[in-house]
Design a protein around this ligand. Structure first.
Ligand SMILES: Nc1ncnc2c1ncn2[C@@H]1O[C@H](COP(=O)(O)OP(=O)(O)OP(=O)(O)O)[C@@H](O)[C@H]1O
Ligand SMILES: [Mg+2]
Length: 139
């Protein structure tokens, strides 16, 4: 048995193509996973999670895209019924850090929505690229 390739039930990790189709798929995968965790597609919390994933994935495939490289969606159930959404893309994070500091909304509505919907969110650097993450209580 190889523990690394077994699929733990409290986690979903999926690489996706950095295309609009890949971003749509990320949202659908999140809805399906949430349903497995007891939150149906049409529930309020699933709706919120789908919005968060859609915005983060859209950003990954537009601003974070490197031609020929995938992005990655990861969903994790943390203690106390918190969901952690992680969307990783291959671009460095300097541009995003700058954008996140701008409060005037001139750079779009996606991250404003993320700020409103998530309990917390942030950006973590990786060896290659970055992870934009958001956490939300599933209630
Ligand atoms: N994954 C990312 N990689 C690099 N830069 C990013 C990423 N996500 C966001 N940004 C930067 O932050 C800015 C704000 O993002 P935000 O989602 O709020 O707006 P937008 O994507 O430009 O427009 P909208 O989401 O309204 O269609 C972006 O314009 C981009 O410069
Ligand atoms: Mg956006």
């Amino acid at each position: 048995m190889n523990a690394e390739i077994s699929t733990p039930t409290d986690e979903l990790t999926q690489r996706l193509s950095a295309t609009p189709r890949g971003a749509r798929l990320a949202r659908r995968l999140a809805a399906t996973q949430l349903a497995e965790w007891g939150h149906p597609h049409d529930s309020e919390v699933s709706d919120t999670v789908q919005h968060l994933v859609a915005e983060l994935a859209a950003n990954a495939v537009t601003h974070g895209r490197v031609p020929g490289r995938d992005f990655e969606l990861r969903l994790r159930l943390l203690p106390e019924n918190t969901l952690r959404i992680e969307v990783s893309d291959p671009r460095g994070d300097r541009q995003l850090r700058f954008a996140a500091q701008e409060a005037d909304g001139e750079h779009g509505r996606g991250l404003i929505l993320v700020t409103l919907l998530a309990d917390t969110w942030g950006v973590t650097e990786r060896d290659v690229g970055k992870t934009v993450w958001a956490e939300i209580g599933l209630g």
